[in-house]
Write a protein that binds this ligand. Structure first.
Ligand code: NAD
Length: 508
């Protein structure tokens, strides 16, 4: 089954566009190779095999895409299309994603490694995200103001213009969608750079856009490294906005690059999110979501509940059960229907995660389970067993720094104030959860948590309708919902004089 599924997916990759056998970039409505002929091999993280060779762009390719996008925005038909016409195209794209769901989810499982049940969810969510923003495009967004006569004042929302968009590898199709859908709905044009490790589903998405005859230059997909292509987009004076999802360190560098022309900026960055469990929580629910919070997508989730903060009186019973369950998680190839957790994205990232596991041991934390690579049939992939560290102290690196892997660190508290203090004790503020059956306590704790996305008695559900983003060093701005749309618009104030006469301010 596993082998059949995988070869079926490899068959699907053969449908991707190719120029001289290489998966190309999509610039100005055409498929093209890198100007300098650069290429990069893309791997399946479950077995290390090369699954495609893609074009590896450079700053020159980024600049060519920026010129195409600039022309499309300044002169192309996109700007004169009505919101209803843009919406119609985006609704069609959502339908095309649904129609190609099996193919898209298999491409992401092959390229990212996550289980099919996760990529299926991602692809459904991506279609719904395009649908949500297609709907929003035609809703009124301006305001009118009751200003002193004889003026009439109102606002309209207009697109920002050329948007550079840079995304990570953990949700390849979905992260591209979160960027493209609101930007296009609002009338912008885009140059999107997927993560260099996972470009394939984005290329397939661009094919769907090409088939639907999106005007040339409106969506450009440039492949390549962050330091070259990403940097060129962030620094370009012809780009009006840069939207980035990725690590906090990279976000800092992009913010610096964006100062060239003071472009608008949105940053969705890392996290070290607390999941607070009180002794009065529903035990099985709290166990279930503590596992889901950290081990979904092998912990490679910005909002992962990577710090379990558990009340001391519950601690021993909770940890016994959590570890028992963590050890039973079926780790393997995402194409195996039994698989519950897939691999780490790359050998380099696995070494980074292992570096943190070593640091946890060195600093004296107690390893309750995991910590090792998985061998046997999984030896060729980048697998790490679900890992839990107890006996931590707040200053440890594994408590403070984002690991971005299947590693849970446990902290213990005696009272509500201590739980809140521990929850807020990192530079991050992306997400957080609380489990208790005392609803007033749940609200008190959530209100004091310095985080942008929070959950009570659940962990991880994410909705296209609701804003997504972080406090503190987890980011700037919000994606999704109306907030995500507004972030791709400028607000224009229009003042109309209803009494058309000279003001007489200066004498004649
Ligand atoms: P990363 O920052 O290394 O890379 C993300 C993207 O930025 C990639 O496309 C990369 O090529 C590009 N990039 C790298 N250096 C660049 C530079 N100097 N200039 C411009 N672009 C550059 O992150 P990653 O390892 O791919 O992803 C993991 C990180 O992403 C984690 O920190 C995670 O928390 C974060 N993330 C955040 C969210 C969110 O919504 N807040 C969602 C997913 C992932």
């Amino acid at each position: 089954m596993q082998t059949t599924e995988r070869s079926a997916a490899e068959q699907i990759l053969r449908n991707l566009p190719r120029v001289n056998g290489i998966v190309p970039m999509f610039v100005n409505g055409a498929w093209q190779l890198a100007a300098d002929g650069g290429t990069r091999e893309v791997h399946n993280p479950a077995n290390g095999r090369v699954i495609a060779t893609v074009a590896e762009g450079s700053a020159a390719d980024a600049q060519a895409a920026v010129s195409a996008a600039r022309k499309a925005f300044d002169e192309g038909p996109w700007g004169s299309m009505s919101a209803a016409e843009r919406a119609a195209l985006l609704f069609k794209l959502a339908d095309a994603i649904d129609a190609n769901r099996d193919e898209l989810m298999r491409i992401d499982t092959l390229n990212n490694g996550k289980p099919l049940r996760e990529t299926e969810y991602d692809v459904i969510d991506a279609a719904n995200c395009f649908r949500y923003y297609a709907g929003l495009a035609t809703k009124p967004h301006g305001q009118t103001f009751d200003v002193p006569a004889p003026s009439q004042t109102f606002t309209v929302r207009e697109p920002i213009g050329v948007c550079g968009q840079i995304v990570p590898w953990n949700y390849p199709l979905l992260m591209a969608t979160w960027k493209l859908a609101p930007a296009l709905a609002a009338g912008n044009v885009c140059i999107l750079k997927p993560a260099e490790l996972t470009p394939l589903s984005t290329i397939r998405l661009a094919m769907l856009m090409q088939e639907l005859e999106f005007p040339a230059g409106v969506v450009n997909i440039v492949l390549g490294a962050g330091a070259t292509v990403g940097h060129a987009l962030a620094a370009s004076e012809l780009v009006d906005k840069i939207a980035f999802t990725g690590g906090t360190k990279t976000g800092r560098s992009i913010m610096h690059d964006a100062t060239t022309n003071l472009k608008k900026i949105s940053l969705e960055l890392g996290g070290k999110s607390p999941n607070v469990v009180f002794a009065d929580a529903d035990f099985d629910t709290a166990i279930d979501y503590a596992l889901f919070g950290i081990f979904a997508n092998a912990g490679q989730v910005c909002s992962a509940g990577s710090r379990l903060i558990v009340e001391r009186s519950l601690h021993d019973r909770f940890m016994d059960r959590l570890v028992e369950r963590a050890q039973k998680i079926r780790v393997g190839d995402g194409f195996d229907p039994q698989t519950e957790m897939g691999p780490i994205i790359s050998p380099v990232h696995r070494e980074r995660v292992e570096g943190y596991i070593a640091a946890g041991r060195d600093e004296g934390a107690q390893l309750l389970c995991g910590g090792d690579r998985l061998g046997g049939p999984l030896a060729e992939g980048n697998f790490i067993a679900p890992t839990v560290f107890d006996g931590t102290s707040p200053s440890m690196r594994i408590v403070q720094e984002e690991i971005f892997g299947p590693v849970l660190v446990v902290q213990t508290f005696d009272n509500e104030a201590e739980a809140i203090a521990l929850a807020n004790d990192t530079i991050y503020g992306l997400a957080g959860g609380v489990f208790t059956q005392d609803i007033a306590k749940a609200h008190r704790v959530i209100r004091k948590m310095r985080a942008g996305i929070t959950w009570i008695n659940t962990y991880h559900p994410t909705y296209n309708e609701a804003p997504w983003g972080g406090y503190k060093q987890s980011g700037i701005g919000r994606e999704l919902g109306t907030y995500g749309y507004d972030a791709y618009t400028e607000v224009k104030q229009i003042n109309v004089n209803l009494d058309v006469e000279p003001s007489g301010w200066f004498s004649e």
